[in-house]
Design a protein around this ligand. Structure first.
Ligand SMILES: Nc1nc2c(c(=O)[nH]1)N[C@@H](CN(C=O)c1ccc(C(=O)N[C@@H](CCC(=O)O)C(=O)O)cc1)CN2
Length: 293
């Protein structure tokens, strides 16, 4: 079994981006600028946004954080989005998900200008990605592709099973793994809560991507010997033994699946860290006008 080490890879990717930012600045170019909107006080979201801002500082990006109370109306949030759409210094911005229940995530995703949508959630970016056109690929799928590529994992002709059909991970991941490119060219099955014989489908996976959001759901009996196992789940479960009061669990029962897997991502220290690299990469692309001219 080989560990797909998100900590090591994300450090590599960040160092590469920093080197490019240093070159851009030395040549008198524009400093990439990422803005993030956080609504409410969801503890996990606060951690992720703080980590995005800290990463910007590490690699020499400018960053702006807009923190709003959970009583913020949809109209107020749309007004902040409009300001960022028109702010010429901001190359890209994100609205951290999930949003409070009174705000429609689809409305918000559509309000972000596609050329600043470094999360890759706008229907124009999703549609362009489906058609194989230049697009911002959403951060988690981007991070997974980067892991497969940097570990030189063969994907052509393999059976890739994606468990979970979320708009931000499962759905785009299934599309990317079947495209005619590397990583890709897989035969893809996408599974969800209504899938019959889920265990048997997973057992036939050469590449198993678990993105269902149920801690330790995927046990060893779901996994084929030698399979590549990518764990996208990150759930905080109460744990009195931890100083924080919680433990972070993936969707895969790591200790029993790891001995059976060919490659496996840990949680924490796997896909989550690469997600941030995807966002930073998209922001750099935006500042270079590499996707939308
Ligand atoms: N606007 C967005 N919202 C959300 C996204 C997204 O891509 N855009 N994805 C997830 C959360 N997410 C990014 O925002 C994210 C998740 C996990 C990590 C991460 O670094 N995880 C660490 C553990 C961190 C911890 O909890 O202590 C790890 O896996 O090692 C970063 C970003 C939903 N919302």
């Amino acid at each position: 079994m080989q560990l797909l080490d998100g900590k090591k890879l994300s450090a590599e990717v960040k160092a590469e981006i920093k080197a490019e930012v240093d070159r851009i600045k030395a040549a008198g170019g524009k400093t990439p600028h990422l803005a993030a909107i956080l609504v409410g006080n969801n503890g996990a979201s606060e951690t992720y946004v703080a980590s995005k801002i800290k990463s910007c500082e590490e690699i020499g990006f400018k960053s702006t954080l807009i923190s709003l109370p959970d009583t913020t109306s949809e109209e107020e949030l749309l007004s902040h989005i409009q300001d960022l759409n028109f702010d010429e210094d901001v190359d890209g911005f994100i609205v951290q998900l999930p949003l409070p229940a009174h705000i429609s995530e689809n409305t918000i995703m559509e309000a972000v200008a596609p050329e600043k949508d470094v999360d890759g959630f706008h229907p124009i970016n999703v549609g362009r990605m489906c058609k194989g056109l230049p697009a911002y690929i959403s951060a988690t799928p981007y991070g997974i592709l980067e892991m497969l590529e940097r570990y030189k994992i063969q994907t052509a002709g393999k059976h890739c099973v994606v468990v979970g059909r979320s708009q931000i991970v499962g759905l785009p991941m299934s599309i990317l793994m079947q495209r005619n490119a590397y990583p890709g060219n897989c035969t893809v099955t996408i599974c969800h809560s209504r899938t019959h014989n889920l265990k048997e489908v997973c057992q036939s996976a050469d590449i198993l991507i678990a993105a269902l959001g149920r801690p330790e759901f995927i046990t060893a009996d779901y996994v084929k010997e030698g399979a590549v196992v990518i764990d996208v789940g990150i759930t905080r479960v109460p744990d009195a033994a931890k100083k924080s009061g919680f433990a972070i669990k993936g969707d895969v029962k790591f200790d029993e699946v790891a001995p059976k897997a060919g490659y496996i991502t840990p949680v924490p220290g796997g896909v989550g860290l690469m997600t941030i690299c995807g966002l930073l990469t998209n922001t750099l692309l935006s500042s270079k006008k590499a996707i939308f001219k």
